[in-house]
Design a protein. Structure first.
Length: 186
């Protein structure tokens, strides 16, 4: 029986986080997150996704998450889930009101479900759901009006920011034979 969940983080991730300099420019935050997704591929530590939790008032990075599904064998270790969990642990609270989640791609159905419970105030995405599906990932069933559903819960949504840069990371992952880890794949 397992009595503890230990998630080993890539050694490069902490060093990479230190490169971030607080900046009010959301575009700069997105560039940083997309660079992390690309580095995750280059380092062979996971899928082509990254997410960061940033404070909205001072723009500080609270936590950076990358997709670790292939390297850990844990299906829930999507970048958003890791970033949210690390931020909550860092801050000592489940409530991330006043924080922005910047993601290299729109959330899948699992990550979408986690957003309201986390208290995130704002979601900023790059690649679209269709872009992620185009390389073979199963994003699950999500409400067709998912953005509106989040906004009705008080979560501001900004979509397609630097979409092309994020799509290039997805294509690079595919071109280099990155693992598409859908459990229902034939």
């Amino acid at each position: 029986m397992v009595d503890n969940l230990n998630i080993p983080l890539p050694t490069w991730l902490t060093l990479f986080e230190k490169n971030y300099q607080a900046c009010a420019d959301i575009e700069a935050q997105m560039r940083f997150v997309i660079q992390a997704a690309s580095k995750n591929i280059d380092m062979g530590t996971g899928g082509p996704f990254a997410a960061g939790v940033f404070q909205q008032d001072n723009h500080a990075l609270v936590a950076l998450g990358v997709n670790l599904v292939p390297s850990t064998g844990l299906s829930i270790l999507h970048a958003e889930m890791l970033a949210i969990s690390l931020a909550q642990q860092q801050l000592g609270t489940y409530d991330l009101r006043g924080h922005r989640l910047v993601c290299s791609a729109e959330p899948c159905s699992m990550c979408f479900g986690a957003l309201p419970w986390s208290g995130i105030s704002e979601l900023v995405c790059a690649a679209a759901d269709a872009d992620v599906r185009a390389i073979g990932f199963d994003e699950g069933d999500k409400l067709p009006n998912w953005q509106q559903a989040l906004e009705q819960r008080g979560i501001r949504v900004i979509n397609a920011m630097q979409r092309e840069a994020a799509v290039q990371v997805l294509k690079s992952y595919q071109q280099h034979g990155g693992e598409i880890y859908n459990s229902n794949a034939n």
